[in-house]
Design a protein around this ligand. Structure first.
Ligand code: ATP
Ligand code: MG
Length: 247
């Protein structure tokens, strides 16, 4: 589904060069719930921004269903973009718009948006995420878990093949985290959507991810089956993150 090959990302700012990603190669299969775990500053959000085409890689390439994202232009680029829904770190909701308007937003940007069809799709998505009764509420009136559900519904609006989630549960308590993870697993099962979850929480990969990678200081240090990595983590950072070794 997604092949990341020798991806590097260098930021140049006033303090010099930052190597945010170095020679990252990952293989994500169709139907995976793929977890990328790493500490703060490891390069997780950078990886997600490269995947979602918000950022251009400095080196290497990303193939989505065999297509090299960097070579796509115009309609082909828009089509690839539509195949990926993004749930950003923080919810990124429009605070002046209702729940229903937030979910409808990406649909209304389409040229041939038909009001009745958009309304029906929004109702369907809100039912899917368990918020059918909060359509008219504003984000400020929702709990963190509910806001995350709105963000997930919005990311699914255009029927993406892949859902990219940056720290979807980092602001949530344990119980709410569990219910959001159950929702993501449900979406994966019912809709067949491939999911990539970026996280620093061990519990997240352990609960829902069938495959995972460990990112440390801009490098992928481990990847494979979650159960296998938990059983025998090879790298020191993986052992630390997985609680198999004291810091
Ligand atoms: N726009 C930018 N310009 C310069 N440096 C950046 C930029 N964005 C990120 N970086 C740097 O790249 C590195 C990786 O950042 P990134 O946001 O990908 O980390 P992260 O793993 O998502 O961290 P967190 O868990 O705190 O969200 C950091 O050293 C960061 O300071
Ligand atoms: Mg981040």
């Amino acid at each position: 589904m997604i092949e990341i090959e020798h991806l590097s990302k260098v930021y140049i700012d006033k303090n010099g060069r930052v190597n945010a990603l170095q020679d990252v190669s990952l293989s994500i299969q169709k139907g995976d719930i793929f977890g990328v775990i790493g500490m703060s500053g490891a390069g997780k959000s950078t990886l997600l921004r490269c995947l979602s085409m918000l950022e251009t890689p400095s080196e290497g390439r990303i193939l989505l269903e065999g297509q090299d994202l960097s070579t796509l232009k115009g309609a082909a680029r828009r089509a690839a973009h539509k195949k990926m829904g993004v749930v950003f770190q923080g919810y990124n909701l429009l605070m002046q718009k209702t729940v229903a308007e937030n979910v409808a937003f990406p649909l209304r940007l389409e040229k041939k948006a038909d009001k009745a069809a958009v309304d029906a799709r929004v109702a369907e998505l809100l039912a899917l995420v368990g918020l059918a009764d909060r359509a008219g509420a504003y984000p400020a009136q929702l709990s963190g878990g509910q806001k995350q559900r709105v963000a997930i519904a919005r990311a699914l609006a255009a029927n993406p093949a892949v859902l990219l989630c940056d720290e979807p549960t980092s602001a949530l308590d344990a119980l709410t985290t569990r219910s959001v993870l159950e929702l993501l697993a449900d979406i994966n099962r019912k809709l067949g959507v491939t999911i990539v979850i970026i996280t620093h929480e061990l519990n997240v990969v352990k609960t829902v991810c069938n495959r995972m990678a460990v990112i440390d200081d801009s490098h992928i240090v481990e990847q494979g089956d979650t159960a296998r990595i938990f059983e025998a983590p090879q790298s020191r950072i993986a052992r630390l993150l997985l609680g198999k070794e004291e810091a």
